[in-house]
Every structure is written in C-alpha cells, then in structure tokens.
Design a protein around this ligand. Structure first.
Ligand code: DAH
Length: 343
C-alpha cells in the first residue's frame, strides 16, 4: 500500500517538473491544479493516513519536497512572465532626436508677389486688394474699353451664368476703378491678385493667373515719374541696369508703353529667353487716360497719374526656372517642397 502512495508522489513530482505553462492563464491553471487549496498536492498530503506508520515521516518529507518544487517552479515562472510583460511596455528613448515637422513652403507666386510688394512699399505704395468677381463697369467700361472691344467677348472673358454684367475680372486694372471711385487723390497703390481669361491651358498660358497693378494719381504726375518708378523697380527687383519703354496701346492709358528690362546675354538661357536681344518684356504701363479719370469722378484738369500692370507667372517662371506654367496651379507637393524655407 505504502509503495503505491510513494509512487504516486514521485509521479506527481515528475509531472510538476515537466509542466511548462507559457502564459499567465496557463500558469494560473497550473497553480490551481497543483498548489491550490483543492489541488493535487493538498490531496497528496491527505494520503498520509494510508501510509504505514514507520513510513509516515519519510512520506511527509517527500510530499513537502513535491510542494516546494511546485511552489518554486510557480514563483520562478511568475517572475519570468512579469519581466516579459514589463519589456512589452515601450519605454520612450528620451535621448532620441525629436520628430521633424517639415517647414511649410511658400508658393512661388506668393514669394514673387511679396517681393514686388516690398519693393513698391519702400517708395510709398500701399497694397489694395479687391474682388475677383467684378461687374462689367469696373472691369471694362470705367477703364475706357469700348462696348465692341474684343476683350469683352465671351470667347475671352468668363461671365457669370445668366449675366452679361458680372464676370471674373480679366485684369487687376479693375482695382484702379475701385480705388478712384472710392477715394480722393493722392492715390498710390499696388494691387496684387488673381485674374481670369477664357484661354486654352498650355505650358505657356492658363485660364487663371496673377497680376500686380500699380496706380499713382496726384497733381502734376508726369511720364518722367512713371519712368523713374519703373527704373527703380527694375533695379531693385532684377538688378537691371536699364529699362526701355516701347510705345504701345491700352484703352486706359494715353500714352501707353511696354517696359522691357535689360536682362543681359551672359549664357545660352539668356539668349533663349530674350530671343537674342538681351531685353525682357515685364509690364504694360502709361499715363492714366483722362477719360478713365472722368469716368471715376476725378477731375482730369487738376489731377494726372500713371498706371502699370504686370503678370506674375512669367516672372516666377524666369526667376525659378520653371518650364511649365501648369506646375504653378497643380499644388503637387514635390514641386512646392522645393521652395521650402524661401521667404
Ligand atoms: N491690364 C493690362 C493687361 O492685363 C496690363 C496693363 C497695361 C495695366 C497698362 C496697366 C497699364 O495699368 O497701364 O494686359
């Protein structure tokens, strides 16, 4: 009888030694099965009453060693599992460099516009911003553009649906009319903004683009003032040594001119972009037509003024060597990122 119970104890010991609980749950099962208050070890101690008297002491020692082995194994595995759980918690590396939040990039159109604004700010021009949805009067009539002028054509201008009076402004010259009707001379503003024309989109032209308009109205403003202002601009903006004014025609100025800056012919690109002349056309300008002053309620006998208007896209393309105007409107981050950090 005793031998059988001893065998049972030894079998239990090897069972415990071989047990391999892997998870917290399995370890708990192990504890309940062997060490728990209703577990096999408790039962084993109960067997002592069936053991022969002279063997009781020996059996007690054996049962105790089974119990110790079971408990030791439990404690060891418990510690191991806890250590592993601790490792699973990610401890942040406080010495690691911070995450990089990329600097935003200004759009090349904004970069160039801001530069132009700054140049004119320095000689007293303030920024005037106006609406992009204009009426026919401010965009065309006030600016001395006759009813039958081709620019007014549906083919060239985006009119609002069901309207022959409201349109997307075709030039920032509409801001001239807004400023002159709203205020008294002296008026000295530049008006940057977006304009729209019904044109086929290609590498060279787009149906939306940007202009900067300039207007100076006061007493005794002369063509010489216009010339000096533009020369200053060409020097500050492009480092150009000279400008030239070619006679031209615009309905809202008389006389009218186109201004070229001397770009130079230093390399092959200069030959290409200036068509071998060294001169680059930058803007249209002129003395404000007395009709325009009259239309806008300003006395042409007392006041005179000059105006100019320039496109931004072509200047941005020149400055940043952009080959296709469409890049400027696609908002592709791979393109925009190249201007990161530029002011
Ligand atoms: N509005 C003209 C255009 O869009 C540009 C222009 C030319 C503006 C002469 C002016 C000016 O103020 O005087 O082509």
């Amino acid at each position: 009888m005793s031998a059988e119970i001893f065998n049972k104890a030894n079998a239990l010991l090897s069972e415990i030694q071989e047990a391999t609980p892997q998870t917290k749950d399995e370890l708990e099962e192990y504890r309940i099965k062997y060490i728990g208050s209703k577990g096999l070890i408790k039962k084993l101690f109960g067997e002592i009453r069936h053991v022969d008297k002279d063997k009781k002491r020996e059996f007690g020692q054996l049962a105790n060693s089974v119990k110790k082995a079971a408990e030791a194994k439990f404690n060891e595995l418990k510690a191991e599992l806890e250590a592993a759980a601790d490792q699973d918690v990610e401890v942040p590396d406080l010495t690691a460099p911070g995450e990089y939040f990329g600097l935003g990039a200004r759009h090349p159109i904004s970069l160039l516009t801001n530069e132009i604004i700054e140049v004119f700010n320095r000689i007293g021009f303030t920024v005037a911003e106006e609406r992009e949805i204009e009426d026919d009067w401010h965009n065309f009539s006030a600016m001395n553009t006759p009813e039958d002028h081709p620019a007014r054509d549906m083919q060239d201008t985006f009119y609002l649906k069901d309207s022959t009076k409201m349109l997307l402004r075709t030039h920032t010259s509409s801001v001239q009319a807004r400023m002159m009707t709203a205020g008294e001379p002296p008026i000295r503003i530049i008006a940057p903004g977006r304009v729209y024309r019904n044109e086929t989109i290609s590498a060279r032209s787009h149906c939306q683009f940007h202009q900067v308009e300039g207007l100076y109205i006061a007493e005794n403003v002369s063509f010489a003032d216009l010339k000096q202002t533009l020369l200053y601009f060409a020097k500050e903006m492009y480092g150009a040594s000279k400008i030239r004014l070619r006679p031209s025609y615009f309905p809202f100025t008389e006389p009218s001119a186109e201004m070229d800056i001397y770009w130079g012919l230093k390399d092959e690109t200069d030959y290409r972009i200036t068509k071998g002349t060294g001169w680059l056309e930058i803007l249209g300008c002129g003395m404000v037509d007395p009709n325009v002053l009259k239309n806008c309620g300003i006395d042409p006998e007392r006041y005179s003024g000059f105006a100019f208007g320039m496109g931004i896209e072509r200047q941005a393309m020149l400055k940043y060597r952009i080959s296709d105007i469409r890049y400027l409107f696609e908002n592709d981050v791979r393109f925009l990122k190249q201007f990161e950090g530029a002011m």
